[in-house]
Design a protein around this ligand. Structure first.
Ligand code: AHR
Length: 320
């Protein structure tokens, strides 16, 4: 009997060892995902990170998570580390659009599939990645521009618009700017009087807005490429003795709790949603890619918009 138990134990250990061998170095047959995150620059990003970490746990995926602190070189380093570790799949949200071909080619040569989430790259060779899962940022810019156009329909007065741009070179900054200009650019009464990089952070949004206000240029509308910059700008506007949402109309993109609350408080006028809860879809894609199943090259996230009334209705159930 003793000999039988020992033989069974050896067999179990051998099977476990074999399962570990064919995998990613995680020591078991759970797929390993190496994920390089942009950073922790905004409420949106925090929600996105949580969604990815929680859904990896739920899906039984071994997650190796690296925070790039908004630096492309950190992301490139992280991706190279994932390649050395022979992870099963690499996913990342690129800080900026350009400069990825070399490292993506290294992943391809190592036969590790790459999934883009949230932000795109501008590589001409689309075989370097399997799919891009995330928002249509140009459409978000269109929605923002359309709201401004609707506010001033029928008026011939000049409308001075200040913009807080997202990180220079990032897909959301490029695409939202383009989408907004597509709509606003059709009517000469709309004038962009200031447009600078606020790096998607509250602190930088506040700092840039302070500079706009110090220039004494009249501003009718502030369009921030994300909520955090708008929230920083609201502080600057209040500190300058003005009323955000009234003296200056404010709109931004994301839909985090604090921005919806600012709408309810009358300090912000419109929010275009950008959905950060990409984790479950990403884990589903990891499973499919690992199993060799085909996936779509572009998967667009569904999103809405919030007037103050809609923000009030959405707030009690808002997850982030
Ligand atoms: O890429 C998505 C953008 O990045 C979000 O709008 C912003 O909040 C984040 O930093």
């Amino acid at each position: 009997m003793k000999r039988l138990v020992t033989a069974a134990s050896v067999l179990t250990l051998a099977t476990a060892a074999l399962a570990g061998c064919g995998s990613s170095g995680s020591g078991n047959d759970r797929p390993t995902l190496g994920f390089s995150q942009v950073g922790a620059e905004s409420g949106w990003r925090t929600a996105n990170t949580r969604s990815i970490q929680e859904s990896a746990k739920t899906a039984g995926i071994n997650l190796k998570f690296a925070d790039a602190q908004q630096k492309q070189e950190n992301q490139i380093k992280a991706i190279r580390t994932f390649i050395q570790q022979h992870v099963d799949v690499i996913a990342f949200s690129p800080v900026v659009e350009s400069g990825w071909d070399t490292v993506l080619k290294e992943a391809k040569d190592a036969k590790i599939p790459v999934l883009l989430t949230d932000r795109a790259v501008d590589s001409k060779d689309t075989s370097l990645y399997e799919t891009f899962l995330g928002s249509d940022f140009v459409t978000e810019g269109h929605k923002a521009g359309q709201w401004v156009a609707d506010q001033y329909k029928g008026s011939n007065e000049t409308v001075n618009i200040a913009v807080l741009e997202g990180t220079t070179g990032s897909a959301p900054a490029i695409d939202r700017k383009k989408g907004f200009a597509d709509i606003i650019g059709t009517d000469p009464k709309f004038k962009i009087v200031a447009s600078q990089d606020g790096d998607f952070t509250r602190a930088k949004g506040k700092e840039v807005m302070q500079a706009y206000l110090a220039s004494k240029q009249r501003i009718d509308v502030l369009f921030a490429h994300n909520d955090d910059m708008a929230l920083g700008a609201i502080q600057a506007i209040e500190e300058a003795g003005l009323k955000p949402g009234k003296d200056i109309k404010i709109l931004s993109i994301d839909g985090v709790h604090d921005a919806l609350q600012a709408e309810v408080d009358g300090k912000e006028n419109y929010v275009v949603e950008c959905n950060p809860l990409l984790g479950p879809q990403l884990m589903d894609l990891v499973g499919k890619v690992k199993a060799g199943q085909p996936i779509e090259k572009r998967i667009v996230t569904e999103e809405t918009t919030f007037t103050p009334e809609q923000a009030k209705a959405a707030l009690p159930d808002r997850k982030y």
